[in-house]
Design a protein around this ligand. Structure first.
Ligand SMILES: [Zn+2]
Length: 411
């Protein structure tokens, strides 16, 4: 592999934060007829750019035909995420005093899980969703949706055809765009002079602090902190004026952004507080990243020891929640079907498929009641509380829950 270059500033990437070996794309779930063909894998490494501070997955070469169009993640399958979205809409409509003439756009609007809540305020929002199959679901709910990738080109077109926006929403999208500079330029072009952008993304600080290496996958290009995000928006004529800490996805941030020239917003203390927290933790220094590299290798050994011990004691283990994080975890740790019998998932779109890389079958949660496993490994640990309450019936046969991140825990 040749030199790797920062996707934002073009500097050479020298500091490896973690090397998770090779893995297939995390949402490349396989149907039965693909199992005999094997699966294409790509290197999965994260680097810290010491020039612009952006933490990023190193560039990989996508072979033709590998891109998986059957996007399997539908936001509406998580009840806690729906509640989070509804609360956000109620909050933001009030805070920004939006009315039925306000122009609202969400980028990566998925199946309309969030935009649907604007209807009660008679606001007709626009969704941007590159996955055609997912966009179709949103359209069927009556939410206008454009199936395209957002960037400067689409922003210019939208402004020409429809004017600029009062509110632009991006939840878990900023980290998922390969060229963050072009994306942010697009946001700046599409935002009204008085407008606000809110973005939610998992906080890099938590990833490092709480060992969330399983949130690393190819489609998750950047791992964000305020130090880097502030710089990228500043370069594009914008400023962060408020930040809220959220519990979602293992600890996310919601940032509020406006044009630099917008004098009607006051910069909240929260912005400086979080920057100070990041500096105190050392996110601007290379040592934090080098230490993380070593830490992840140790976690793998501990996970192995735990699972080997359970299997030696003839325990049955199944997984719950076929989330992307499970694929990183299983592929990095070499966990396959001889350790995990199956993974149950509530989404019918994933059932009867196989996990990328590990080829562990995905089944309906009903199977847990039929097979009565000793352990249920909760893969989306961020939804731990919700899942434990949904599956409390495993206690009837003495079943236990297992969580591996941030540390190995039996519940
Ligand atoms: Zn850079």
């Amino acid at each position: 592999m040749g030199q790797s270059i920062c996707r934002y500033c073009g500097a050479e990437l020298k500091i490896c934060m973690t090397d998770l070996g090779v893995a297939p794309l995390s949402n490349d779930y396989l149907a039965n007829n693909r199992l005999s063909k094997g699966q294409h894998t790509l290197p999965l490494k994260v680097f810290y750019c010491d020039a612009c501070k952006l933490v990023q997955v190193v560039d990989y070469e996508m072979p033709e035909g590998v891109f998986n169009e059957e996007y399997k993640y539908y936001s509406s399958f998580s009840t806690s995420w729906l509640k989070h979205s509804e609360n956000y809409v109620d909050y933001i409509v009030k805070r920004l005093e939006l009315t039925n003439t306000s122009k609202v756009m969400e980028i990566a609007s998925n199946d309309g899980y969030l935009l649907q809540y604007f209807k009660k305020y008679q606001i007709n929002p626009l969704g941007i969703e590159p996955s055609t199959s997912t966009a179709e679901i949103a359209k069927s709910k009556g939410i206008e949706t454009i199936d395209d990738f957002f960037g400067a080109t689409l922003a210019e077109k939208l402004v020409c055809e429809r004017d600029k926006f009062d509110l632009i929403i991006g939840n878990n999208v900023l980290a998922h765009v390969p060229y963050i500079g072009d994306f942010v330029k697009g946001l700046s072009l599409a935002l009204k002079e008085s407008g606000t952008i809110t973005l939610e993304f998992p906080h890099l600080l938590n990833l490092i602090k709480y060992n969330q290496f399983d949130t690393i996958y190819h489609e998750h290009f950047s791992y964000l902190d305020i130090l880097s995000v502030k710089r990228i928006f500043h370069d594009n004529g914008m400023k962060i004026y408020d930040i809220q800490k959220l519990d979602t996805h293992g600890g996310s941030l919601r940032v509020f952004i406006s044009h630099k020239a917008n004098a009607n917003v006051d910069i909240s203390e929260a912005v400086e507080n979080i920057i100070n927290e990041e500096l105190a933790f050392g996110l601007d220094k290379v040592n934090v990243y080098k230490e993380f590299h070593e830490k992840v290798k140790n976690i793998k050994l501990n996970i192995w020891a735990k699972l080997i011990n359970l299997k030696k004691n003839k325990k049955t283990i199944v997984g719950y929640g076929a989330a992307a994080k499970g694929n990183t975890l299983f592929n990095y740790c070499g966990i396959k079907n001889d350790i995990i019998d199956y993974v149950a998932d509530i989404s019918p779109f994933k059932q009867n498929l196989y996990l990328p890389g590990s080829f562990i079958p995905v089944v309906s949660p009903e199977r847990i009641k039929e097979t009565k496993p000793d352990y249920v490994l909760i893969i989306p640990w961020n939804l731990k509380t919700e899942i434990i309450s949904q599956l409390s019936y495993i206690r009837e046969w003495g079943g236990r829950f297992l969580v591996l991140i941030p540390e190995i825990t039996e519940l």
